[in-house]
Every structure is written in C-alpha cells, then in structure tokens.
Design a protein around this ligand. Structure first.
Ligand code: SF4
Length: 178
C-alpha cells in the first residue's frame, strides 16, 4: 500500500531531473475524494512548503469556497514537485520525470473527482497537449488499473490573475464536485 511518508521520502531524495537541487513541495494531501492538481511550486510555495499559497492560491481557495468546501476538505498537489526558477512553466521532460510521484499520490488518495488546473496538470494526467483554454469545462472519465475517476479541466488560477476579464466556469466546477 502506498503511504504518504514513503512517497515523500522518495520525492525528497529524487534527482531524476534538472530541478533536483531545489526545494520539494509534496502537496496539501488531505484525505479527500476531491483532488486538485496544479503545475509546479512558485516562489511562495517553495518558501512555505505548501502548494497554492500565493496569489494564485487565494484564487483557488475562493473557487473551493464557492463550491461549498474548505481547503482542508480537498487535496492539492502539483504535477512537478520542485522548481528553481522564479515562476516558470515546467518542461515536458520535467513533468514526465515527476509523473511517477503524481500517480503514486493519486493511487494513494483514490479520488473520485480530479480537477486539473492548467496545461501542465492536464498533460500530467491525460498525456495530451491539446490547447487547455479551448478545453476548459470538459469532463473526462479516466480508468487506470483499479482506479476510476472523473476529471474536469479548469484554467490555472494564475491565468485568471493575468486575465482579469476572463470568467472561469465555476458553475461547472460546482456541479462537477457535488
Ligand atoms: Fe524528482 Fe520531480 Fe523534483 Fe524532478 S521535479 S527532481 S522528478 S521530485
């Protein structure tokens, strides 16, 4: 059985990609049927050691609240556990290198609903590089081994901070998480 401590230990000593000498952010791994997946830790996340704690985190927190949950009632992880540059997008080979840990966390949590936030998170689970913003609001059913979950594509909250006139489909997310 996969245990959080064992997964974190393997992440701690991983040097599978060029990001290995930066701080690891394991996730906010509350036991929940709902899992949010983001991209990679930004500056604030690396400082505090938790995902989504900066400005984008506040946006995500407000979405979670609008859907009737608290942050402690959901799990939040990133596709990539390390990042050394300011807030750059991880490269495909970095997402691929870290994918084993992402799936370990998914197998451990066994969520019934996953919300992927942005292109890197979408690629990390669905292995597609289709344009994320054209697919926001789409729901997929994913079956892998003994796992089965529904997956909703949402934009990364940082995109919404950069594009203040854009309105993310929170109503779809609300219905999806019911
Ligand atoms: Fe390992 Fe992932 Fe960190 Fe790369 S980003 S060193 S694969 S834990």
């Amino acid at each position: 059985m996969l245990e959080e401590e064992g997964i974190n230990e393997r992440i701690r000593y991983c040097n599978a990609c060029a990001l290995s000498d930066s701080r690891r952010v394991y996730g906010d791994v509350n036991r929940s049927r709902i899992l949010f997946i983001g991209e990679a830790p930004g500056q604030d996340e690396r400082r505090i050691g938790l995902p989504f704690v900066g400005d984008a985190g506040q946006v995500l927190d407000s979405w979670i609240r609008e859907c009737g949950f608290t942050r402690k009632q959901v799990a939040i992880i990133n596709a990539v556990k390390c990042m050394k540059e300011k807030n750059r997008k991880p490269a495909i080979d970095e997402i691929d290198a870290c994918n084993i840990f992402l799936w370990d966390q998914i197998y451990m949590l066994k969520p019934s609903k996953i919300v992927v936030l942005g292109a890197s998170a979408m690629y990390s689970v669905l292995r597609t590089q289709m344009p994320v913003m054209e697919n926001v609001g789409r729901i997929f059913k994913v079956v892998r081994d003994d796992l089965e979950f529904e997956l909703l594509i949402m934009p990364h909250p940082a995109y919404c901070l950069r594009n203040l006139t854009y309105k993310p489909p929170i109503d779809i997310m609300k219905r999806f998480l019911k």
